[in-house]
Design a protein around this ligand. Structure first.
Ligand code: NAD
Length: 482
């Protein structure tokens, strides 16, 4: 890919086109602050057109497409993602500021996701169910129709794949709205889908503002299902708007996950997990373990070791292979994170390191930031900061750790570190969270359900569980009495 400025349209019915309004948006590289693309900015008129084309594609081609052919097309798409993986990784890195080696991993995950759901297509069916009257009841999984998929900017292609792959696998057509700041990899995916043989109109991509294109998708009566990933605040609005047409919603929302470290843990691994589960993707990760709870006897030495690690993380140009942490996504987002850092200091937390920006000429960078002596009720311990900021505090015992971990409106992810298997499982079961890892900071596996409890969301993605989000279960009773 050259360094010129890309010109991109909306991707509707297999064609790149200007927005009806003629509006465009500049896309900024957060590491250089320079414009890397100019992209058409969709609004409600564009969504109306996209829905009409998607409905037509659903009726004419996709609904009737043999499952074997859908499998082949999704596999072909996975293959094309792999063969374009380096250019996609560079594009994703330039658009988000994430280190290139992370971006490469994410493109691989997106390809894996299309492969997984391609393989699931012919393994999912209905049942024959014994009923009390004479006859038999059959259930069928039927596609819903046009699905509206709305995604955030932190893992653009991965989260897109998590939604698009199962939606298409179950025979639905899609209107995808990428995040306003990061539409580039999704637009590329649209072109690759066409090349893979997926008919025009099946996958439509409409970049635009949340309160324009996003709201138009949620409000449109022709969009029969909404799958949304983003903040809890916007998720609540989406749910309210979707109620107008009793539209099913899947919501993957914010988090403030706890990382619970007992004194008997493997310390090397626990420290590494504590560092990278909050500094990975510059902390812009819904599963970031941004609340660190350490058993009292271990706490002083553990936070000393963490501080040392935080101070040596290599920030820099995302395309540099040795960079470990890139910038935040926008200037406004960095300002928001900085406000939380000021708030933490005014609340009396101890700023052990970071809180400031490195001395770089450009880019929305922020140094890894560690707060210690935080208390559970502080805002910095309760609210999702979504930046490289870790809040640490000690706990007394198992019950205390569980109590503090559950003092949150969120329940998305988390970790427990201990060599005591029984304790690990007791704590993992007691923490109110959709996903939790023992002796690991890993959050999502393609093959297992992923999602949040409490205000972290509704429904599950990934695994075979997500397929229920993208189909209607129909019952057909066959009366057999003579
Ligand atoms: P956001 O809520 O601001 O935006 C998410 C998407 O919704 C974007 O595409 C945006 O344009 C769109 N949007 C905004 N307002 C809308 C509206 N009124 N109607 C319809 N769509 C609208 O979130 P963000 O800043 O892009 O992403 C960060 C948030 O996403 C964090 O809270 C993070 O925890 C969350 N997130 C959750 C998960 C998960 O799986 N649970 C994964 C990644 C990110």
């Amino acid at each position: 890919m050259n360094d010129g400025i890309l010109q991109e349209g909306l991707f509707i019915d297999g064609i790149s086109k200007a927005a009806v309004s003629g509006e465009v948006r500049e896309i900024i590289n957060p590491a250089t602050e320079s414009v890397i693309a100019v992209v058409a900015d969709g609004g409600s008129d564009d969504i109306n057109i996209a829905v009409e084309r998607a409905e037509a594609a659903f009726r004419k081609s996709w609904k009737k497409c043999h499952s074997r052919d859908r499998t082949k097309m999704l596999l072909a798409l996975a293959g094309l993602i792999r063969s374009h993986s380096e250019s996609l990784a560079v594009l994703e890195s330039r658009n988000t500021g994430k280190p290139i080696r992370d971006a490469r991993g994410e493109i691989g995950l997106a390809a894996d996701c299309f492969e997984y759901y391609a393989g699931a297509i012919n393994k999912i069916g209905g049942q024959t169910v014994p009923v009390s009257s004479q006859g038999v009841n059959m259930t069928f999984r039927e596609p819903i129709g046009v699905c509206g998929l709305i995604v955030p900017w932190n893992f653009p292609l991965v989260i897109t794949a998590w939604k698009v792959a199962p939606a298409l696998a179950m025979g639905n057509c899609v209107i995808l709205k990428p995040a306003t700041q990061t539409p580039l990899s999704a637009l590329q995916l649209g072109r690759l889908a066409l090349e893979a043989g997926i008919p025009p109109g099946v996958l439509n991509i409409v970049p635009g503002e949340g309160n324009q294109a996003g709201e138009a998708i949620v409000r449109h009566p022709g969009v029969r299902k909404i799958a949304f990933t983003g903040s809890t605040t916007v998720g609540k609005d989406v749910m309210r708007l979707a109620a107008e047409h009793i539209k099913p919603v899947t919501l993957e929302l914010g988090g403030k996950s706890a990382n619970i470290v007992f004194a008997d843990a493997n310390l090397e691994k626990a420290i590494d997990g504590a560092v990278w589960s909050v500094l990975g993707n510059a902390g812009q990760d819904c599963c970031a373990r941004s609340r660190l709870l350490v058993e009292k006897s271990l706490y002083p030495s553990f936070v000393d070791a963490l501080e040392e690690k935080f101070r040596t993380v290599k920030l820099g140009e995302p395309l540099d292979e040795s960079t470990e942490m890139g910038p935040l996504i926008t200037r406004q987002h960095r300002e928001r994170v900085e406000k939380y850092i000021e708030l933490g200091q005014s609340e009396g937390a101890n700023l052990r390191c970071g809180g400031d920006a490195p001395d770089f000429e450009n880019g929305y960078y922020l140094n890894p930031t560690l707060f210690t002596d935080v208390t559970p009720k502080m805002y910095i311990m309760q609210e999702e900061i979504f930046g490289p900021v870790l809040c640490a505090m000690p706990f007394e015992d198992e019950a205390d750790a569980i109590r503090i971990a559950n003092e949150s409106i969120y329940g998305l992810s988390g970790s427990v570190w201990t060599r005591d298997g029984g304790k690990a499982l007791r704590v993992a079961r007691a923490v109110e969270t959709g996903v939790i890892s023992i002796n690991s900071a890993h959050s999502a596996h393609l093959e297992t359900p992923f999602g949040g409890m409490k205000e972290s969301g509704i429904g599950r993605e990934l695994g075979l569980a997500v397929l229920d989000n993208y189909c209607e279960l129909k019952s057909v009773y066959f009366h057999t009495e003579e």
